[in-house]
Design a binder for this molecule. Structure first.
Ligand code: 5AD
Length: 351
């Protein structure tokens, strides 16, 4: 049997929801060809359409603070980046973003930010309650990093529905090469298990092509995600940021990111899978290609245009000059052009 036949068989195995070993994942990822990718994407589209048809879910992303106590080596808003222009939106600003978003048809708001000490539990709980009071028909997603079990529990009780926390890389040694000693893969993963246990629709994810990453690391990411069985997974290419130690590293590729999206769709057929902004940044039609590889979610920006360029995790981020309505409209057009339709609704995981 040729190697390519073997890899096709591995994809068929995934398609019938059988588990792959680490060695199988590694050979699939490192042995991929354009032809194998096409085969994968065709199956991934079939599986996605079985559960979601041609629906694309939208999430209104509100990047409400770029203050962060962490110092992740790859991230443009890391604490030690003195060139980052720091901002934080007030509760009033955030509610104004929600209002704009609601009128544009968003029924999920994602509050994303650095780990900012100003936003204490008390302030967050006030904000969560207020948003859920004003928009009871909307889902609220938090993406504000690592917190204690109790804090996650309180946010959930206040009304938060979902939580995004990428595991970044499942390999402990690789994690150490991307983060300062104060952070660990172990605690990160523990947070994810806690979020699931509390009852959040939970999202994890990783960067594709981050420095030092190998096919084995990606294999471990797939195994970790299979075990966690999250409701969502956010993956996008690593893109260097000029003010970080990784400024001169090469970005992750479109091709590998698409391949990983396809694999995720086959491995977890119902998963909510965004075509991320980072994917749209490395290629003009990156998000469309992400959808065609199996993704089913897009997350346009609702943050005020005045702060957009400051939420700079990586260089050349797209949509930093567009109003929310323009963002929404242009995405709608892009999705329609490839035969997909943005729906107004919470876009919950199909249990
Ligand atoms: N390139 C791509 N993605 C990045 N993130 C942070 N920095 C970068 C970068 N330089 C991702 C991380 C984080 C998410 C909010 O953004 O995976 O979890």
């Amino acid at each position: 049997m040729t190697n390519q036949t073997h890899l096709h068989e591995l994809i068929d195995k995934l398609h019938i929801e059988q588990e792959l070993s680490k060695e199988e994942w590694t050979s699939l990822i490192s042995g991929r060809t354009p032809e194998l990718s096409e085969y994968l994407f065709t199956l991934a589209r079939k599986v996605r359409s079985r559960h979601y048809g041609t629906d694309i879910y939208i999430r209104g992303l509100i990047e409400f603070t770029n203050y962060c106590r962490n110092d992740c080596f790859y991230c443009g808003i890391r604490k030690s980046n003195v060139h980052a222009h720091r901002y934080r939106l007030s509760e009033k600003d955030i509610l104004a973003c929600c209002r704009t978003g609601y009128l544009l048809g968003f029924r999920t708001f994602v509050l994303q930010g650095g780990e900012d000490g100003y936003y204490t539990d008390v302030r967050m709980i006030h904000l969560i309650r207020r948003i859920k009071e004003l928009y009871p028909d909307c889902a609220l997603t938090l993406s504000i990093g690592e917190k204690s079990y109790e804090t996650y529990q309180r946010f959930f009780e206040a009304g938060a529905d979902r939580y995004l926390l990428r595991h970044e890389t499942a390999d402990f040694a690789h994690y150490k090469r991307l983060h300062p000693a104060s952070l660990s893969a172990e605690i990160r993963q523990e947070c994810l298990w806690n979020l699931k246990e509390i009852g959040y629709q939970t999202g994890t994810g990783f960067m594709v092509g981050s420095p030092f990453q190998t096919a084995e690391h990606l294999a471990e990411d797939m195994l970790f995600i299979k075990k966690l069985n999250p409701h969502m997974a956010g993956i996008g290419p690593f893109i260097p940021h000029r003010d970080t130690a990784f400024a001169a590293e090469t970005a992750g590729t479109l091709e590998l990111t698409l391949f990983m999206l396809g694999l995720l769709r086959l491995m977890l057929p119902k998963i909510l899978l965004p075509a991320t902004t980072a994917l749209g940044t490395i290629a003009e039609n990156g998000r469309e290609l992400g959808i065609l590889a199996g993704a089913n979610v897009v997350m346009p920006n609702l943050s005020p245009v005045s702060v957009r360029k400051d939420y700079s995790l990586y260089d050349n981020k797209i949509c930093t000059g567009e109003e929310a309505a323009e963002c929404r409209e242009s995405l709608e057009k892009r999705m329609e052009a490839i035969g997909f339709h943005i729906v107004t609704g919470r876009g919950d995981y199909k249990f």
